[in-house]
Write a protein that binds this ligand. Structure first.
Ligand code: AMP
Ligand code: MG
Length: 310
C-alpha cells in the first residue's frame, strides 16, 4: 500500500508536468495525459501513432468534475447511478466553456467520458485537478494491453512511468453508448448490451459504422496481432494457433483456451492476453472455433473480426 501511494504520487508528478504515463483500469491499461492540456494530449496521439481524427475517452473522478465539461441529462444520470464507476463510456454533449483540449475531440462538440473503477486510478484521479484523456496504451491498431508487461512491450521506455495495478479484471475495452441524439452503442465491450437494454427496457442497437466520426473502435483493422486470423473453424493446421472456448478431449501445444467451459466473461478477459501470447510465438496464422454471439460473445466476435481484417 505504501508503495502504491508513492507510485500514485509519482504519477501525479508526471501528469502535472504535462507528461504521459500508463495507468491501470479494469478494462485495459490506458495511456494517460491531462485532458485540458494540448501538449499532453498531442503526446498521446504521437506515442500511439494515432490519427488525429480519432477522439479520445476522458476519465473523470466524479460528477462534479464532469459537470465542468459536459451537459448532464436525466438519461445519463440514470445510467450513471447504475453502471458507474465501471466499464461504460458515454458520449455526451460538450459544454461551450469546457477546458477540454481540442485535440481530444478533434474539434467535435461531443465528448466520450468514463468513470474507471480501478482503485489506484480512482485514487490518482482524486488527487488531480484535471480529468485524464486515456486511450488504450498500445500502438494504434495493435492489441490492447492488460498488464504492465504488455504496456512495456508496446512502448519500451518511450513513456515516463507505468502505474502498476496488476492484470486488468475485465480485459476488454469499455462499452460505448452515445446519448447524443437517439441512444446507440458505438462499441461493444465490458458491459453486455443486453444488460443495458434490460435496465432501460429498450433495444439499443449496436451501430457498427459511424458515418460522421471515424473512431478506432469502429475502424476495420484493429486489435491486430499481425498475422491472419480465421474464424468459425473446427480444426487447425499444425503451424496454426487454435483458439477455443471449450475443453477438447485431446489438446495440443498450439491450443489456446479462452475458457474451458464456454464462460464468455472469462473468455473476454483472456482474449488479449492470449492473442499477445500467440503473437509472440512463431505461428503463421490463427484459427478460432465458433464463439456464440450472445452476451460477451458479441464483443469477442467483434474484436476477432476486426483483428482478422487483412
Ligand atoms: P480508445 O480510447 O482507444 O479506447 O478508443 C476511443 C473510442 O472512443 C473510439 O473508438 C470511439 O468509438 C470513441 N469516441 C471517443 N470520442 C467520441 C465521440 N466524441 N463520439 C463518438 N465516439 C467517440
Ligand atoms: Mg484502443
Amino acid at each position: 500500500m505504501k508503495n502504491n501511494l508513492s507510485n500514485i504520487k509519482k504519477s501525479k508528478y508526471y501528469l502535472n508536468k504535462g507528461e504521459c504515463i500508463a495507468i491501470p483500469t479494469e478494462t485495459v491499461y490506458g495511456l494517460a495525459g491531462n485532458a485540458y492540456s494540448s501538449k499532453a494530449t498531442l503526446k498521446i496521439f504521437k506515442l500511439k501513432k494515432r490519427i488525429k481524427k480519432n477522439p479520445l475517452i476522458v476519465h473523470y473522478h466524479n460528477l462534479k468534475m464532469l459537470n465542468n465539461d459536459c451537459v448532464i441529462s436525466n438519461q445519463f444520470f440514470k445510467l450513471y447511478k447504475k453502471f458507474c464507476p465501471g466499464p461504460l463510456t458515454f458520449v455526451l454533449k460538450l459544454k461551450k466553456n469546457s477546458k477540454i483540449s481540442k485535440n481530444v475531440t478533434n474539434n467535435k462538440k461531443t465528448l466520450a467520458i468514463r468513470f474507471p473503477s480501478h482503485p489506484l486510478t480512482k485514487k490518482l484521479l482524486k488527487l488531480l485537478n484535471f480529468p485524464l484523456a486515456a486511450p488504450s496504451a498500445n500502438i494504434s491498431t495493435k492489441i490492447s494491453p492488460v498488464s504492465k508487461e504488455d504496456v512495456k512491450e508496446e512502448f519500451g521506455n518511450k513513456i515516463k512511468f507505468i502505474l502498476d495495478g496488476g492484470r486488468s479484471k475485465i480485459g476488454l475495452e469499455s462499452t460505448i453508448i452515445s446519448l447524443v441524439g437517439k441512444p446507440r452503442i458505438l462499441r461493444l465491450g465490458g458491459i453486455e448490451r443486453t444488460k443495458i437494454n434490460k435496465f432501460l427496457n429498450k433495444n439499443i442497437k449496436f451501430e457498427k459504422k459511424n458515418k460522421k466520426i471515424t473512431t478506432p473502435g469502429q475502424s476495420k483493422l484493429h486489435y491486430s496481432p499481425g498475422i491472419p486470423i480465421k474464424l468459425n473453424t473446427t480444426k487447425p493446421k499444425p503451424n496454426e494457433a487454435f483458439i477455443l472456448i471449450k475443453k477438447r478431449k485431446k489438446s495440443y501445444k498450439n491450443y489456446y483456451y479462452l475458457s474451458k467451459n464456454k464462460n464468455l466473461k472469462q473468455a473476454a478477459k483472456n482474449l488479449y492476453r492470449i492473442l499477445r501470447e500467440i503473437k509472440n510465438k512463431n505461428y503463421k496464422s490463427i484459427v478460432v472455433e465458433k464463439i456464440p454471439n450472445i452476451g460477451f460473445g458479441e464483443a469477442i466476435n467483434d474484436r476477432l473480426k476486426r483483428a482478422s481484417v487483412k
